[in-house]
Design a binder for this molecule. Sequence first.
Ligand SMILES: Nc1nc2c(ncn2[C@@H]2O[C@H](COP(=O)(O)OP(=O)(O)OP(=O)(O)O)[C@@H](O)[C@H]2O)c(=O)[nH]1
Length: 723
Amino acid sequence: MSTAMTSGGGHHHHSVHPSDLEVLDSLTNVPSTSTGHVNGVLNERRPSRRPLDTLQALRRPPIDPIVLAASLSSGPHVTRHHFLHSFGPKTESKQMTRSQRAQKRREEEEEEEARQRASSSRLGTRPRAGSYANCDADDDIGERARRANEISQSILEELGEAQTYQSKQMPRSERLKKEKEAQEARERQKVGAMNPATEEGKAVSKKIDKLKQQEARPKAVRLASQQLDDELLQRKSVIEAKQNQQAQVQQQLAINRQSTPITETVPATPAFSSIVRPPPLTIRCYARTRIPTPHGEIFCHLYRNNRDQKEHLALVIDPAQNAADDRYANAPGQFIRSKTLDEVWGPTETEMERIVRGAYVGRLGPTNQQASKQGMLTSDAAAAANVEPPLVRIHSECYTGETIGSQRCDCGEQLDEAIRLIHADARPAKGVVVYLRQEGRGIGLLDKLMAYNLQDMGHDTVAANILLGHLADARKYDIAAEILRDLGVGSCRLLTNNPDKMEALEAEGISVNKRVAMVPRIWRMHAPPRRKLKNSQSKKSSRRKARKSKGLDSSIVSQFDGGSTHATGTTDEDGDGEDYDDEDDSFSDSSRDSYLEHHQRRAGATMIGASLTRGPELEKYLRTKVEKMGHLLDVPAEQVQSALEQSQPESGPAKERKHRPRQRDTTDSSIGKFDTSDGDTAGTDDEPLMDAAELQEYITSQSQSHEEEGGEEILINEQKEKY
Ligand SMILES: Nc1nc2c(ncn2[C@@H]2O[C@H](COP(=O)(O)OP(=O)(O)OP(=O)(O)O)[C@@H](O)[C@H]2O)c(=O)[nH]1
């Protein structure tokens, strides 16, 4: 562009070139007016390219004089229509003139040349054109590096060590090949070990079982797969590192102890010593409160301890403590109460503070707020009371079974059943469910969920645990025992099928006087009665009971009636003595009848979906417990048959449809439907469903025919002679 538009005030209008006008036009959008004259010259090259109306339409809005004035009065003066023109104070360009700039460049070039000449003379040799030396010919660093290299070379020569380096590494192609082979071998081993369908998988499963029997569990883990082995080693090294760290801390502590006078203080939370030598276990009940349940009221106790960070619970069923009057409050020794809760926690603790944490007697209310006294119950007092030891269940947490109604296990059902059985046990009912936060048999929820995936791949619960690097059962019962002691329960009748649990509890100093079995509800449906019904009168009475139980179950009512009565779900109200006529049989009878009663309860009150767990996965789970973990239960013949059928699913002849009892509850259909044998989905609505009375008749007829066939008795308490 020529000087037609220079900055500054001086306007030197030389001849205007047509291209300048074109640029000006494009910058300012001034509509071109057909061909025209510029400085008297006919501008042939500026035809009117666009019609005027289009240009008008494209044109940006005209300059607003107010905006222009504002712009002039404030900032640097560049507007889109006055590009580089200044209407404001004159600004001086700080740029040198062109000639000055040329002069400066020349001077710089001369200086450069002089420098180059000087450096090449210093080197003595001129670098060859095109050689790398050219790159740093005038570079001091390059020069110094070369010289250092020469010096070090000469030193090495003097020492006679100037040898050529020879790599001992394999060629890369070979290394890659070897790595690939090793990786493939590992994969094969892993896949084989994880898939029970393969020969390798079968061998691994077999090995695991065998080793487990030999009690060589950690070793079995190492053999199970290379991958798990690596993981174990890693864990081991972490533990070793911790132990080392701990040893150092112990040493330091020993030194400190020598140098400082000993004061008998026990650290509240020993961080490291718990790995080496755990401090004596201490527990404390921090709170107790009343919870109404479908079976009656319970007192929920929350415990903390110095062993783990979990809050374990004790559900105490002792409704007598809840009486509106203080009849029972004055009879210490009759209650299941926590010693640590009733303790006074310090000289400043107020009565109200004690009551708020649950250390009260009688039924708490707006008018009854009586704090408990320290030492209301001791184990001695309980023993002195000379009553049958309370029913106790040590229950392990199971989120899936108890909260989202998983049908993979019977944990939800067991928790529900334990509370029900304790409520139904004696008059007044008394017992404890110790609820331990040992999810997944102590392996935690995360690993339990992974174990389920291994189970879906064909492993059972025991093998899945082992493949994940755990013991088949990683639970401990020391905290449970301590909680029971705190509650004054030194001996008990234990609700369990698990012999290990009984042994563990005994080892922890709680005497197990009797085992009371937990029979899965679904199995109980098929079980014949333990003894023949006494006479035809009994049959009538059971029908009468079934009719009675069609109404709202009294255990449900008990939570609405103020809770002053305990659950009466299995009370022998008609007085025929059938339920409680014989102490030994009381449980078997009440358990058998409980099947009907639990169907009369509202479904989902304590478990999602149903109060009955069923299905092929549950059957497998139960069978594994019996067959591999030694649980004391007899698998009903029908379950064995169903397992056999499952093992040859499609291949065999079409299954004969068995007659299965079906029932629909009158109040809630969700518990009414069930399938007893093979876990097929429950029958369709068009199939007739039994009502409670029909069902009871069905069970009775089944059991009678079973007895006629000389069938084996399979019911709870069967194995208890063993203990
Ligand atoms: N690792 C693992 N744990 C499971 C599985 N299914 C249930 N559990 C856990 O098992 C615990 C219950 O243990 P069980 O073996 O069912 O019963 P038990 O308490 O030993 O025996 P009983 O006293 O007779 O009931 C709960 O903590 C559940 O979370 C499973 O497939 N794998």
